[in-house]
Design a protein around this ligand. Structure first.
Ligand code: NDP
Ligand code: 8X3
Length: 250
């Protein structure tokens, strides 16, 4: 079995790669940070005796996505599972104060990059007559919170695309699932606040967020249901978080 994971250099994508590796799946892992990809490949291959292929590209560049996927060997084009995980939030500002470059980064990564990958890999799956696409959405795709405007819009787009691609790919024996997390402590908030680690730490202060491993376990579980069973959509939250903004803190 072969799993293609976008954004496997940190956080949810990295933990997802680890759990599939531990269970004997071969992997294609992607991201922009080449050094992290190659050291992670080495670590996974040594520890779990599986085969890992790395693809280093920026998901915002359609030509780079296409040529990276086209460059895969025939064996590596036999992708069983695609985890559409690469994504980010940039900024937390009102619509009137938002930064255009933040907005463009989120739209280009979370929607356009997601689409480029999905198109290329779903065509391989159609040729193979089977597949499973697992989309990492968010609580931000289910509700909207103050100053989350554009990030929430991109994750609402993922929610809509998750439903849309399930319909389009139904006749091709391709399962489509969304895993939508609440707060998970990863590099997400550091990226959101442009590297401001102190501000990022405050997001999780006094509460117990999800760990990337919690999401990885969920992704692995949805991927290992029997062939006739599909999990359409899961919302997974920290116990102390009821909605995007209702969080109990000590
Ligand atoms: P991280 O910042 O830890 O990981 C993000 C991953 O996405 C990295 O591997 C990064 O790789 C990759 N990535 C980002 N931009 C690009 C790009 N332009 N091209 C290629 N790869 C890219 O965050 P998370 O693990 O938390 O985020 C993973 C997903 O989970 C995202 O879609 C996020 O929206 C979603 N999510 C996160 C939640 C949270 O609270 N953390 C909650 C709900 C959803 P590299 O930098 O090497 O390119
Ligand atoms: C990430 C969770 O609440 O920061 O998607 O939007 S949140």
């Amino acid at each position: 079995m072969l799993v293609f994971i976008t954004g496997a250099t940190s956080g949810i994508g990295k933990s997802t790669a680890e759990i599939f590796a531990k269970n004997g799946y071969n992997l294609i892992i992607t991201g922009r940070r080449e050094e992290r990809l190659s050291s992670f490949k080495k670590e996974l291959e040594t520890t779990y005796k599986i085969k890992v292929t790395t693809l280093c590209f920026d998901i915002r560049e359609s030509a780079a996505v296409e040529s990276a996927i086209a460059s895969l060997s025939a064996e590596n084009k036999n992708i069983d599972i695609l985890v559409n995980n690469a994504g980010l939030a940039a900024g937390l500002s009102s619509i009137q104060d938002g930064s255009l470059s933040h907005w463009e980064r989120m739209i280009d990564t979370n929607i356009k990059g997601f689409l480029y990958t999905t198109k290329a890999v779903s065509n391989l799956m159609i040729k193979n007559g089977k597949g499973h696409i697992i989309n990492i959405g968010s609580i931000a795709g289910k509700e909207v919170y103050a100053n989350g405007n554009v990030y929430c819009a991109t994750k609402h787009a993922v929610d809509a695309l998750n439903k849309g691609m399930r319909i389009d790919l139904l006749a091709h024996n391709i399962k489509v699932t969304a895993v939508n997390p609440g707060m998970v402590e990863t590099e997400f908030s550091v990226v959101r606040f442009d590297g401001d680690e102190d501000r990022a730490k405050k997001v999780y202060m006094g509460m117990e967020p999800l760990k990337p491993e919690d999401i990885a376990e969920t992704v692995f579980w949805v991927a290992t249901r029997p062939a006739h069973v599909n999990i359409n959509d899961i919302l997974i939250m920290p116990t102390v978080q009821a909605t995007a903004t209702n969080v109990i803190r000590k």
